[in-house]
Design a protein around this ligand. Structure first.
Ligand code: WTA
Length: 651
């Protein structure tokens, strides 16, 4: 056993729920018992907390691997997130409190937000966007991102949000896969004091996107109307967002959507070079997003909830927009980087807005640790009462630091495991109920059935193995857009009858889950999923490259970093400039998040007799310098061992 795993398994610290917190927590032990006794009844009661336009006839129709939840029910997500809060005291409550990176601020009450969403919905309709059409959204973290999503939901259009850090080519591929008819973007967004010229990237992408008829452009840069440097408007195709909204009426009738109508597509990396369009539908998704937000974050009217995720990721969908707004909560949204202009920006925000519930990623927490305690120490963080973590395994050291330096020993921590595919949180402590252990996501959310299996698919009670889900859950993906066969293959074929999540995990004596990391060819870099194949394809696309293999390498802050092994074509020369050129090439093809940290030139790549690249060996080489690094939880050797088992069974 390696030192790291030994450390993890000997983690003896226990954090029972603070008595005061437990006394008034929304979640109680009873929820587990209720869901245990009647899983569908549990979810049905949660669905009943939403506003439906027509009731469902059956809670679940399950023809593995296809689920339908709340069959025949009709509802509109924007009505649930907005209209139903307008008749009571929430009408004038802050729905979105926003701060831009340069320091500009806006607050939208539920009334304001509803007005904007209605106008945006009418604007989309004016452009001819109809129910069922796909709309791509490529925006910075500004209120219009949430407004655009909700406006699509209002008219029954399916949104596909593309993270603003993705390249023009990535945007193009996603638009084309979904055949989007419209794109909503901005002239730019701020990141570390620079303007990211989104519209320019969009223009580049749109050259090869024949399906897009209209582009709405949000003017993010004040006074920049018509500023050709950042947004060259194409006559007939491009429209300024603010002009269309000013001309649009303030009321837009919501479509009555079927519970199983598509709400959104969100692309995520898989084990091939082509990202998968994960399909989420309406009733089940919203039920799970709303229920998990309420119980996991103990959310109430007086809270200020800050989930730091970008709207381009599923966490931004479920816990910046849909979950909290369905609960009538106040959401804080921040546009920029955590270290701009100083390394205390987040704590400045917590103090300024009195944030009470804070949800972020381990990669950020590790960066805060490295930057030093003086940054949070300068601020009054006494409003915080609950902390959350998501996206990657959180190492016990980071967990303890978070608990002590940010939560001041007072705030429970919810380490939440879930995926783009699951739609909402799946494994997590319920605060006030579950005793936590640093580094463990603890136990499944009520109504979620997780089981550990060995490489043969046999259920095991405890020890190391693979995380599978055995029963359908409301927020589950319904398919991969346009490729149902890939859906079956990817998620349901490795362990028949089970949804396999791609993660290795360990279950301890108490039935607690410790997520170890991905065992498939997906890497988790700073909480972002990146497929090794995608990066390899981008490298091979370079004229000098013959072959490429990409592996993950332990990284102190990012959890994993990308290391690429490359062989060159005849005549190409190994130079430092070529290294930079290759890194740039990947950035251009995919986006900066996929930029490899290291590039190694090799004469040959090690292969098995059948021609399979021996990644394990490459990983050993890449890890070589990182030995002795105990800062990350996901132990490379344990995961590698599981990965070997996983792959060998596949033949
Ligand atoms: C990883 C993000 C350990 C995991 C919501 C999963 C985690 C992938 C945790 C999904 C956690 C997410 N502990 N690992 N609490 N949360 N992961 O689709 O490997 O961007 O499969 O969804 O992140 O990433 P995705």
């Amino acid at each position: 056993m390696t030192d790291q795993l030994a450390t993890l398994l000997s983690e003896q610290r226990r954090f029972p729920p603070p008595v005061g917190f437990a006394a008034r927590a929304l979640a109680t032990e009873k929820l587990y018992r209720k869901a245990q006794a009647d899983r569908l009844g549990f979810w049905e009661d949660e669905a009943k907390t939403l506003d439906w336009m027509a009731p469902w006839s059956r809670v679940l129709e399950w023809t593995s691997p296809h689920a339908k939840w709340f069959v025949g029910g009709k509802l509109n997500v924007s009505v649930n997130c907005l209209d139903r809060h307008l008749s009571g005291p929430r009408r004038n409550k802050a729905a979105l409190i926003w701060e831009g990176e340069p320091g500009d601020r806006r607050t939208l009450t539920y009334w304001d937000l509803a007005r904007e969403v209605n106008r945006a919905a009418n604007a989309l309709r004016t452009l001819g966007v109809k129910r069922g059409d796909r709309v791509a959204i490529y925006l910075p973290m500004i209120p219009e991102a949430a407004i655009a999503m909700l406006a699509c939901a209002r008219i029954g259009a399916v949104h596909s949000v593309v993270f603003g850090g993705f390249s023009a080519e990535s945007l193009r591929d996603r638009i084309n896969d979904a055949q989007a008819v419209a794109l909503i973007t901005a002239d730019g967004g701020y990141r570390r004091g620079q303007v990211v010229p989104l519209k320019r990237f969009a223009d580049e992408a749109l050259v090869e996107c024949p399906s897009v008829r209209h582009v709405m452009v949000v003017r993010r840069r004040p006074g920049a109307d018509g500023d050709e440097a950042f947004a060259e408007m194409k006559e007939g195709r491009d429209h300024w967002w603010h002009r269309l909204l000013a001309a649009a009426g303030p009321e837009a009738l919501p479509e009555a959507m079927d519970s199983e109508d598509l709400l959104f597509i969100l692309y995520t990396s898989g084990t091939t070079g082509k990202p998968k369009g994960i399909v989420h539908t309406t009733g089940g998704y919203l039920t799970q997003a709303a229920a998990t937000t309420k119980y996991v974050f103990d959310l109430r009217d007086e809270d200020v909830f800050w989930c730091t995720a970008d709207i381009g990721w599923v966490t931004g969908h479920s816990y910046v927009v849909y979950g909290p707004l369905a609960n009538g909560a106040t959401v804080l949204m921040y546009e920029g980087a955590p270290d701009w202009p100083e390394r205390d920006r987040f704590w400045t925000l917590v103090e300024r807005y009195g944030v009470t519930v804070f949800y972020t990623a381990p990669t950020a927490i590790r960066a805060f640790m490295k930057w030093g305690t003086e940054h949070p120490a300068r601020h009054n963080l006494s409003t915080l009462r609950l902390l959350g973590s998501v996206g990657e395994p959180i190492n016990p050291e980071a967990w303890i630091w978070y608990h002590e330096q940010i939560g001041k020993g007072r705030c429970p921590i919810v380490d939440t495991w879930w995926q783009t595919e699951t739609g909402g949180i799946m494994i997590t402590p319920l605060p006030g109920v579950v005793t936590t252990k640093p580094g463990s996501a603890t136990i499944p959310f009520p109504g979620v059935s997780a089981e550990l299996v060995d490489a043969k698919g046999q259920r095991i009670e405890k020890g190391g193995g693979f995380l599978t889900l055995t029963e359908p859950w409301p927020g589950m993906l319904r398919t991969i857009y346009g490729d149902d066969e890939r859906y079956r293959q990817t998620y349901w074929s490795r362990f028949p009858g089970r949804y396999f999540a791609g993660d290795g995990a360990k279950v301890d004596e108490d039935g607690y889950w410790w997520i170890l990391g991905r065992v498939d060819d997906v890497l988790n870099v700073a909480g972002h999923r990146i497929g090794t194949m995608e990066v390899e394809s981008a490298l091979v696309d370079h004229p000098s490259v013959a072959e490429a293999a990409v592996v993950g390498k332990t990284h102190e802050l990012k959890g994993q970093a990308l290391a690429a092994f490359v062989t060159l074509k005849e005549g190409a020369k190994v130079t430092a400039a070529l290294k930079d050129d290759l890194k740039e090439h990947v950035t251009k093809k995919i986006g900066a998040i996929a930029r490899p940290d290291d590039i190694y030139f090799a004469a040959d790549l090690p292969k098995t007799r059948s021609g399979k690249i021996m990644r394990r060996l490459l990983k050993d080489i890449a890890e070589g310098r990182a030995l002795g690094d105990t800062t990350t939880l996901a132990d490379p050797n344990v995961v590698a061992k599981l990965k070997d088992q996983y792959e060998s069974e596949e033949g």
